[in-house]
Design a protein around this ligand. Structure first.
Ligand code: F0G
Length: 344
C-alpha cells in the first residue's frame, strides 16, 4: 500500500509536532517510459502520471499538507478558488479532516468530472460569474475576513507537499532528469518542483508551457480575459509569477506557449500512442516539447532525459475526449452487422 506522502518525506515537510496527518495515500505516482514520444523528440521521455493520485490530480500532494496544517491549527473550514482540480482535492481532504469546504469556480468553465467530485464530497460549490483570477481575489479577501483556511497554492504548505514529486523523480531515476516539462497555470506547481529539486541540490532544465490564449508569463503581462480549451490552466494572472520566472531563468529553461490545436493533438496522440489518458491541460507539457523541442542556452548539452508532468487524469474531462475522439459505431443486434462494424 502506498505510504502517505507526509510519512514518506516526513523530514522535508514542515508540519508542527501536533498536526494530524490528513491523507488519502497520495503521491508515489507511476513514472512511465514513453518510447514513442522519445522517438519523436530525440531524448528519453518519461511521463509522471499525477492523475494516479486519489482525486486524479497532483493537487492532492499539496492538499494533504495544507489540510493537515489547517486541522492542526484548529481550522473548521477550508476555501479555494479553482479551475476544478483544486476544488475536487480540497473537497475530498476536507471530508477526511472533518472540515467543511467551500470552492469558488468560474461558472461554466470547469470540466464536468471535477464538478462532480467537488459536489459528491459535499463541498459548497459556488459558480462565479467571472474567471479564476476573479475568484482568487475573492477567496483571498474572504480568508482575511473569516476564520477559514485558504488552500490555494498561495498557501505555502501546498508547495511543501507538491515539491515531493521532484523527490520521487530523483529517487526513481537515480538522479534528476536532465529536463522537466510542465504545464503552467497559477504557477504553483512549477514553483514546487523547483523547490524540491533545489532542496536536493539538483537543477534540471525547466520547460513550462501555457495555453496561447492564457499565456501571461510568455506575454510578460497579465491576460484580462484568458481563453483556452485547457480549462485547468485558463488563468490570466498567476499568483506565483515571480517564483516561476525565477525557476525558468535559474534552471536555464524557458516558458513558451502552445495553441489549443497543439494541445489537443498531443492529448489524443498520447492516448492513442502511449496508452495514457490525461486531461488537455496536462498534455500541454507534451505539446510544448513537440512544438518547441528541447531548447538550450549558451551551448549547453541537449537534455537526454526529460520528464513530462501529466498533472491530471483524462476522465476529469469526458466532454473534451468525446468531442475529440472518433464517434461510437451504432449497430443493430445482428452478427453480420456487427461483423461489418468490427472489421470493415
Ligand atoms: N494541470 C492541471 C490539470 C491543473 O489543474 C492545473 C491547475 C495546472 C496544470 C497548473 O498548475 O496552477 O500550479 O501552475 N489547476 C488549478 C486548479 C488552478 O484550480 O485546479 P499551476
Amino acid at each position: 500500500m502506498p505510504q502517505p506522502l507526509i510519512e514518506r518525506y516526513r523530514d522535508y515537510i514542515p508540519l508542527e509536532p501536533g498536526d494530524p496527518i490528513v491523507s488519502i495515500n497520495e503521491g508515489s505516482t507511476p513514472l512511465v517510459e514513453a518510447p514513442r514520444l522519445s522517438e519523436r523528440i530525440g531524448a528519453k521521455a518519461y511521463l509522471k502520471i499525477e492523475g494516479a493520485n486519489p482525486t486524479g490530480s497532483f493537487k492532492d500532494r499539496g492538499m494533504t499538507v495544507a489540510v493537515s496544517r489547517a486541522k492542526g491549527r484548529g481550522a473548521e473550514a477550508v476555501i479555494c478558488a479553482s479551475t476544478g482540480n483544486t476544488a475536487a482535492s480540497a473537497a475530498a481532504y476536507a471530508v477526511r479532516a472533518g472540515l467543511t469546504g467551500a470552492v469558488i469556480v468560474p461558472e461554466g468553465k470547469i470540466a464536468i468530472g471535477k464538478l462532480a467530485q467537488a459536489l459528491i464530497h459535499g463541498a459548497r460549490v459556488i459558480a462565479l460569474e467571472g474567471n479564476f483570477d476573479d475568484a482568487l481575489v475573492i477567496v483571498r479577501e474572504l480568508a482575511e475576513r473569516h476564520p477559514i483556511e485558504l488552500v490555494n497554492s498561495v498557501n505555502p504548505y501546498r508547495i511543501e507537499g507538491q515539491k515531493t514529486a521532484a523527490f520521487e523523480l530523483i529517487e526513481e531515476l537515480g538522479g534528476p532528469p536532465d529536463a522537466l516539462s510542465i504545464p503552467v497555470g497559477n504557477a504553483g506547481n512549477v514553483t514546487a518542483y523547483w523547490k524540491g529539486f533545489q532542496e536536493w541540490d539538483t537543477s534540471p532544465i525547466l520547460y513550462g508551457f501555457q495555453a496561447a490564449g492564457s499565456a501571461p508569463l510568455v506575454d510578460g503581462a497579465p491576460v484580462a480575459n484568458p481563453e483556452t480549451i485547457a480549462s485547468a490552466i485558463r488563468i490570466g494572472s498567476p499568483a506565483r509569477w515571480e517564483e516561476a520566472m525565477n525557476a525558468f531563468n535559474t534552471s536555464r529553461g524557458r516558458v513558451a506557449a502552445v495553441t489549443d490545436e497543439q494541445i489537443l493533438d498531443a492529448y489524443s496522440w498520447l492516448a492513442s500512442n502511449e496508452g495514457v489518458f490525461c486531461e488537455p491541460s496536462s498534455a500541454a507539457s507534451v505539446a510544448g516539447l513537440l512544438t518547441h523541442g528541447l531548447q538550450t542556452v549558451d551551448g549547453m548539452d541537449k537534455p537526454e532525459t526529460v520528464v513530462c508532468v501529466l498533472t491530471g487524469h483524462g476522465l476529469k474531462d469526458p466532454d473534451t475526449a468525446l468531442g475529440t475522439a472518433p464517434p461510437v459505431i451504432n449497430c443493430v443486434n445482428d452478427i453480420t452487422a456487427v461483423e461489418h462494424a468490427v472489421f470493415d
